[in-house]
Design a protein around this ligand. Structure first.
Ligand code: HEC
Length: 165
């Protein structure tokens, strides 16, 4: 049976429309922004962007020789009590990180809630190439209580001597 040319054209059209399936990835791409809320900044990232980023930078590498890196920082990724104590009371005095000498002052951020500090430290400990454990609100509350009598920013020596962990 001879297939009418019009039918051939129609089937080609159907195939072409099947090619409309090509439009599907475009649809998916268009849908991505809607799916984005799932991947929005965590609360910790938001606090980091609002508070810490000015000095320690978005990539956590700091701004040598003014602001030390949090990326690869032994203090940031070590016992959680140390970075908690730094955020609560600040840090000052000479330190040497990756061969660079810093002698700045980080002010205290004790006005942040225990939860915000836990979140921002959890973020910093799990980003910038860091992979340290999450920090809990309870850990922050405990350090806040244990260091309540502290006035002023820690020097590195004082922080070590405080034996917080
Ligand atoms: C105004 C600038 C500034 C801001 C904002 C700031 N820091 Fe700092 N931070 C510093 C400076 C300066 C030092 C080093 C102090 C010194 O020289 O002893 C430091 C040191 C640190 C250290 C110790 C790093 C190491 O390896 O010894 C940690 C941890 C840290 N900051 C975390 C944070 C977090 C988390 C935030 C946000 C909640 C934050 N900082 C906000 C300036 C800042």
């Amino acid at each position: 049976m001879r297939v009418p040319a019009s039918l051939v054209a129609l089937s080609l059209l159907v195939v072409a429309c099947g090619g409309g399936g090509d439009a599907a990835p475009a649809d998916d791409a268009a849908a991505t922004p809607e799916a984005a809320p799932v991947q929005t900044a965590s609360a910790g990232e938001t606090t980091y962007q609002q508070v810490c980023v000015t000095c320690h930078q978005a990539d956590g590498k700091g701004l040598p020789p003014s602001f030390p890196p949090l990326a690869g920082s032994a203090i940031m990724t070590g016992a959680p009590e140390m970075p908690i104590a730094i955020v609560l009371h600040g840090m000052q005095g000479e330190i040497v990180r990756e061969g660079v000498t810093y002698n700045g002052v980080m002010t205290a951020w004790s006005m942040l809630s225990d939860e915000q500090i836990a979140e921002v430290l959890t973020y910093a400990r799990a980003n910038f190439g860091n992979s340290a454990s999450a920090v809990t609100t309870e850990q922050v509350a405990a350090v806040r209580e244990a260091t309540a009598g502290r006035a002023g920013a820690w020097t590195e020596a004082e922080l070590t001597a405080a034996k917080l962990n």
